[in-house]
Write a protein that binds this ligand. Structure first.
Ligand code: GKR
Ligand code: MG
Length: 468
């Protein structure tokens, strides 16, 4: 009665990117992703998108034939996903794959991504077959909780890459406006940051309520001045949330947060990952009284339990389908958060329109959406994304509406996917430059002699450049 999966396929692709700076380095001109597709016997199709690394590819290759032919009742899809997880763990051990979290905020091993890539494609195909938007399936008995999901505007410092030989022209092609113009140059000081923020609000997210800024790049005192300038330029109706990806020690973080809170009051609603580890996060929260959020120190259910008992975080961005193992798991986390009084939101990495659509569907199904979700998509990837014919647009206030279509709700452009797949194949044919995301090599090219944060005391990006 439910039918079966006809085939499960996947394509590693390269997503065009900008020279964004963070504590782990500099984004290269492309970021590897994997697009997954599930076709059902009756012709329904579903799509997924996850971060790419060689381990994920190896496991997906091994299990793809085992997904074909599986049944589609909810018990059967659960069993398929449990099988995929078990196989991924077994294969990771057998091939000695790193199935654990790495030190960069974007590293999450293999099995979470494998499960997410299969779950997203499988469930969006089932929803399409049932004739309902994915969020109605993810929401369980009562379906979706809302039809509008809120996003923040997520901005970064940008490196000056002129003369480096790195070619960011793919991402830069497309829409021309003031934001695109500012985005083409370096943003490394308060004046540049104010220009980027103002142009971003005016041209990408009018009416947005919250701007997130990636710190951990300049020395903390300089970043404090930048945050104060951006907050003043945007005005009190737009909140600011900094995220240095745990680049600081407790003393630096406590001083920074106290000073910023004293100046901004409610314009600083919470602060993201100032320091590494749940123990340090608990200390910084206790000393500053400012709510803390994370996508680093709590990424699975056990870590959330521990974070709650220590009062290390008050908000989680752990509702990220790609890192928690799928959008069903993200929705499950949202219920856990609602039951335990923890704020729920979601984190984002460089991604394309399929991931964006899953984020919207997950957000609509989640028990709560306490804070706007992060999205790299609108400021960075949307303008050059060839993978979806009808991306979910962002409306006034950073709002994305669930499309009134069954399944994932976007029309995927297979030609566009294959174009980015060809880029992946061509880039990795000789150099293997883009098999795993790594922000170190581009940093080394642009800032000759740059030293990775693991090898120094002051972890912010510029402290790793010669002469600093
Ligand atoms: O893409 O540079 C980046 C971000 O730093 C990303 O990797 C983080 O995982 O956006 C993320 C965050 O909130 O920490
Ligand atoms: Mg973060």
């Amino acid at each position: 009665m439910y039918g079966k999966v006809e085939s499960f396929e996947f394509w590693p692709v390269l997503a065009p990117d900008f020279p964004l700076l963070n504590v782990s380095g500099l984004h290269a001109p492309f970021t590897p992703r994997i697009i997954t597709r599930c076709l059902l016997q009756d012709g329904a199709e579903g799509w997924g998108e996850v971060p790419c690394n060689t381990g994920v590819i190896r496991v997906l290759r091994a299990v793809q034939g085992e997904i074909a032919g599986t049944g589609l009742s909810s018990e059967e899809t659960k069993a398929t996903l449990a099988h995929v997880v078990a196989r991924s763990r077994e294969l990771s051990a057998q091939f000695a794959l790193t199935d654990e979290r790495g030190s960069a905020s974007f590293d999450r091993g293999v099995t979470n991504h494998v499960r997410a890539g299969v779950q997203m494609a499988l469930h969006s195909a089932v929803a399409q077959r049932m004739g309902v938007p994915l969020c109605d399936l993810l929401g369980g008995e009562n379906g979706r909780r809302r039809s509008e999901v809120r996003f923040n505007l997520y901005l970064f410092f940008l490196a000056d890459t002129a003369g480096s030989g790195l070619d960011y022209s793919f991402a830069r092609a497309g829409r021309r406006d003031e934001f695109a113009a500012v985005r083409e140059g370096a943003v490394l000081d308060a004046a540049g940051a104010v220009r980027l923020a103002q142009a971003g609000v005016a041209h990408r997210m009018p009416g947005v309520k919250l701007v997130k800024w990636k710190l951990g790049v300049l020395a903390p005192r300089e970043e404090l001045a930048v945050m104060l300038a951006v907050a003043e330029a945007l005005g009190p109706q737009i909140q600011i949330v900094p995220d240095p990806n745990a680049a600081w020690d407790n003393e630096t973080a406590i001083g920074f947060i106290r000073e910023l809170k004293a100046a901004l009051g409610d314009q600083l609603p919470y602060f993201e990952d100032p320091v590494p580890g749940r123990e340090n996060m608990a200390i910084v929260h206790r000393e500053t009284g400012v709510p803390l959020a994370t996508n680093m120190c709590a990424a699975n259910f056990a870590e959330h339990e521990d974070a709650l008992s220590r009062q290390a975080i008050q908000i989680t961005l752990g509702g990220d389908c790609h890192y928690i193992g799928g959008s069903d798991e993200a929705v499950r986390l949202s219920h856990w958060c609602a039951a335990h009084g923890m704020g729920f939101a979601q984190h984002s990495n460089t991604h394309l329109g399929i991931s964006h659509a899953h984020t919207v569907q997950m957000g609509a199904a989640a028990a709560t959406q306490d804070w706007p979700f992060d999205s790299h998509y609108f400021p960075w990837q949307a303008d050059s994304d060839p993978t979806v014919k009808t991306p979910i647009p962002v409306a006034f206030g950073g709002i994305c509406r669930v499309p009134d279509r069954p399944g994932l709700g976007v029309a995927v452009d297979l030609d566009g996917v294959l174009r980015l797949h060809q880029l992946y194949l061509a880039a990795n044919r000789h150099g293997r430059a883009y098999q795993n995301r790594d922000d170190g090599p581009a940093a080394e090219v642009v800032y000759g002699g740059w030293v990775r944060p693991q090898q120094r005391a002051n972890r912010w990006f510029l402290a790793g450049t010669p002469g600093q």
